[in-house]
Design a binder for this molecule. Structure first.
Ligand code: UT7
Length: 315
C-alpha cells in the first residue's frame, strides 16, 4: 500500500505553559527544558468527532478519492464521550462513509498498529483504498490538578488515505503488557449485583519508567525493523517519532547516532497527542513539502500498554 493523502485538525484553544501557572504549581522553566513543550491545543467548545471528520476530509481531498471509494476505515482512539458506537462510526456518519470500520485502542502507537492492520488487509486482497484516522483527546484523561501529567498532552486528529502499492516496506509491533505504568479507569453503570469497589481515576503515569521504555523500545524497534527490511540508517531520510517528550527524542537521536535534522518535531506547539501525534506530524511535514518521492520515512511510537511499534514507509 502507499499513502496518497494526509490531513489533520487541531483544536482552536492554545494553552501556553504560562497560562497553566494560574492554577497549577508549575512553570515554563520546568516544563520547557524537561519536555520541549511550550504550548498545546486543547478541546474547548469543539467535538472530538468533528476534528476527526475534518482530518479525514482533508486527507481525502488530497488523495482525490471520495468516501464512496473507501473499503475500510480504521480509527485509533483511546477515549471519547461515547462508549458506543465506536469513533469510526461516529465520524463515518458525519462523512457519509459506509464501508466496514472499527476502532482500535492501542494508545500512542495506534497509528503504527493501524498501518500494520491495513497492510494485512491489503495482503489478504480484501481492500483497495483504506482510511486511517487517529482521533485523540488526552487532555480529558489527565487530571488538571496533576502537574506531572496534564502539562504533557494536547488534542487533535490526523488521518491518511492509503491505496494499493508497495511503499510500506515493513512494520514491527512490540508489547510489554503492564497496566501499572500508564492507566486510567472510569466506572460503568451500577447494577443491583455489583459488589466490588470501582472508581474513576484520571491518568496515572510512572513517568521515568515510561521514559526508559520509550527510548529502549524505539531504538530496538527501529534498528530491528531496518535490519529485517534490509535498509541501513544511511537510507533513512526522516524519523517520524511519537512526540511525547523532546528529551525522549534527543535520547533516541543519541542512541541511533543519527543527525537531529532527520527528526522533525512539533511537540513544542502540540504536546503529546497520543496516536494522533505521528499522523499530525506527517501531515504538517507533507504540507510543507518536506518529502521527496522515494524518501524513506521511519515511524516509531510507544506508550500505554505498554505497546510500541515501528514502520518503514517509502514516500
Ligand atoms: O506518550 C507516551 C507516554 N508518556 C511519556 O512518554 C512520558 C515519559 N516520561 C516523561 O516524559 C518524563 O518522565 C516526565 C516529563 C513525565 C517527567 O519528567 P522527569 O524528569 O521524569 O520528572 P519527575 O517525574 O521525576 O519529577 C521531578 C520533580 C518532582 O518533584 P520532586 O519530587 O523532585 O520534588 C515532581 O513533582 O519535578 C516535579 N514535577 C513538576 N514540577 C513543576 C513534575 N511535574 C512538574 C511540573 N511542574 N509540571
Amino acid at each position: 500500500m502507499r499513502i496518497i493523502g494526509t490531513g489533520s485538525a487541531i483544536p482552536r484553544k492554545l494553552v501556553t505553559n504560562d497560562m497553566l501557572t494560574g492554577f497549577l504549581d508549575t512553570s515554563d522553566e520546568w516544563i520547557l527544558p524537561r519536555t520541549g513543550i511550550k504550548s498545546r491545543h486543547v478541546i474547548s467548545d469543539e467535538n472530538l468527532e468533528d476534528l476527526g471528520a475534518e482530518a479525514v476530509r482533508k486527507a481525502l481531498d488530497m488523495s482525490g478519492l471520495d468516501v464512496k471509494d473507501i473499503d475500510l476505515f480504521i480509527v485509533s482512539n483511546v477515549v471519547s464521550e461515547y462508549i458506543t458506537p465506536g469513533m469510526s462510526c461516529i465520524v463515518a456518519e458525519k462523512l457519509g462513509m459506509s464501508c466496514p470500520m472499527f476502532d482500535i485502542n492501542c494508545a500512542c502507537p495506534g497509528f503504527i498498529y493501524a498501518l500494520d492492520m491495513a497492510e494485512t488487509y491489503y495482503k489478504a486482497g480484501k481492500v483497495k483504498n483504506v482510511v486511517i484516522a487517529c482521533i485523540e483527546e488526552p487532555s480529558r484523561m489527565a487530571s488538571w490538578k496533576d502537574r506531572a501529567t496534564c502539562v504533557l498532552f494536547g488534542d487533535g486528529a490526523g488521518a491518511v488515505v492509503l491505496t494499493e502499492g508497495d511503499n510500506i516496506k515493513g512494520t514491527r509491533l512490540h508489547a510489554e503488557p503492564d497496566s501499572e505504568k500508564i492507566w486510567m479507569t472510569r466506572t460503568l453503570v451500577d447494577t443491583p449485583y455489583v459488589t466490588k469497589k470501582e472508581e474513576s481515576v484520571p491518568m496515572q503515569m510512572k513517568g521515568r519508567e515510561v521514559f526508559r521504555f520509550a527510548v529502549e523500545a524505539c531504538t530496538t524497534g527501529v534498528e530491528g525493523l531496518l535490519k529485517e527490511t534490509g535498509y541501513t540508517k544511511e537510507d533513512v531520510d526522516w524519523y517520524m517519532i511519537h512526540q511525547a517528550n523532546q528529551r525522549i527524542i534527543d535520547s533516541i537521536i543519541d542512541l541511533l547516532k543519527e543527525p537531529a535534522s532527520k527528526f522533525p518535531v512539533n511537540i513544542t506547539d502540540h504536546g503529546n497527542s497520543s496516536s494522533a501525534s505521528c499522523p499530525i506530524l506527517l501531515d504538517e511535514c507533507n504540507r510543507k513539502g518536506m518529502f521527496k518521492k522515494g524518501d524513506l520515512l521511519v515511524f516509531s511510537a510507544f506508550g500505554a500498554g505498554l505497546l510500541s511499534g515501528a514502520a518503514v514507509v517509502e514516500w
